[in-house]
Design a protein around this ligand. Structure first.
Ligand SMILES: [Mn+2]
Length: 328
């Protein structure tokens, strides 16, 4: 851990005439905001890059005060160097796999368990010891970050802190450890305002969004003698309230810590009959469950997508959880 990869990364960056940065499907405040940070780090040494998105709403990161260069994926795009952040599997990058297929060189920087269908890379750093891929950048590109002017370094520090807030849910997930606090202390010394970033990123919800959470919480049902908590938000709810759930902080954070449970499953209908499932457990390996259905994540927190009626997809997950392996 903590090996600096600045020279290896910049060797690839210097020989590339075009650079794309990208992250997993349903991007989040780790993968996407780490792209923002890396774009700034590359720009500081004169290397332009493009963040390639799926067209998701990035307004929730507007408080970061610097406008990144982002383009929505198109089939005809190609870049000589593609840097993938916060995932390591083709299953997680969706149609943007075309970018890695066309690239001359590929870099993968991640902190997730390596799953099936890994993306082959010319430079790969996958280290589970890091709480977020933003934190991985902070340590593994420390040499480059130290050379940034103070304004840019502060921006990168803000981005890294947001990545930690995202992946730790404000220091409350199971990945909260000494490394997370040590890196956060370094970020505080760079001048980040932790309370402001917390308010701007995690608390900045509209009343309608809170109503969306409340209505979703009202669907809580217990399964299998109270071992599993299921809850859901269907597409009709998002439409009725006019909220974009993909831009919204996960509903699962409001049920984490409920006592007496073995696992939580949250079902969010993104298209009619298409459910994004978030699994949380301190007991069972939910990464294995997700990977069996083309999803991924961590042993205690994972996600997958299933097709069918709510009853059908809940039956699949209930069966899977009953058979899940304990975390070793
Ligand atoms: Mn992450």
């Amino acid at each position: 851990m903590n090996k600096d990869i600045s020279s290896e990364l910049f060797a690839l960056v210097k020989e590339a005439r075009s650079i794309a940065l990208t992250t997993h499907k349903d991007s989040d405040g780790d993968g996407m905001v780490a792209c923002y940070a890396l774009q700034q780090i590359l720009a500081a040494s004169g290397h332009d890059s493009t963040i390639v998105s799926d067209g998701e709403d990035l307004d929730r990161y507007a408080f970061l005060n610097r406008k990144p260069t982002v383009e929505i994926f198109r089939e005809d795009m190609s870049f000589e160097l593609v840097i993938v952040l916060d995932c390591n599997s083709y299953d997680r990058i969706g149609q943007r796999r075309a970018l890695t297929d066309k690239a001359r060189k590929v870099v993968v920087l991640d902190h997730h368990v390596i799953e099936h269908n890994p993306i082959p890379a010319d430079l790969q750093v996958v280290d589970y010891a890091f709480p977020s891929v933003g934190a991985l950048l902070w340590r593994c590109l420390a040499e480059s970050i130290q050379k940034l002017n103070p304004d840019w370094r502060k921006y990168v520090a803000d981005c890294v802190y947001v990545s930690i807030l995202n992946d730790s849910n404000n220091f409350s997930n199971a990945n909260t450890n000494a490394t997370m606090f040590e890196i956060s202390a370094e970020l505080a010394r760079e001048g980040i305002k932790a309370h402001e970033l917390h308010m701007a990123y995690l608390q900045n919800h509209s009343a309608k969004e809170m109503l969306y959470v409340g209505r979703s919480l009202s669907t809580i049902r217990l399964q299998d003698d109270g071992k599993f908590l299921f809850l859901h938000s269907d597409k009709a709810l998002a439409e009725e309230l006019g909220v974009d759930p993909s831009a919204y902080m996960s509903v699962t954070r409001w049920v984490q810590g409920v006592s007496g449970l073995s696992a939580i499953a949250y079902f969010r209908e993104d298209e009619p009959g298409l459910w994004k499932v978030s699994l949380r457990s301190l007991v069972f390996d939910v990464q294995e469950v997700a990977a069996r259905h083309g999803g991924g994540g961590h042993r205690k927190a994972s996600g997958l997508t299933l097709q069918g009626s709510l009853q059908e997809v809940q039956a699949i997950i209930l069966r899977e959880l009953k058979q899940a392996n304990p975390i070793s």
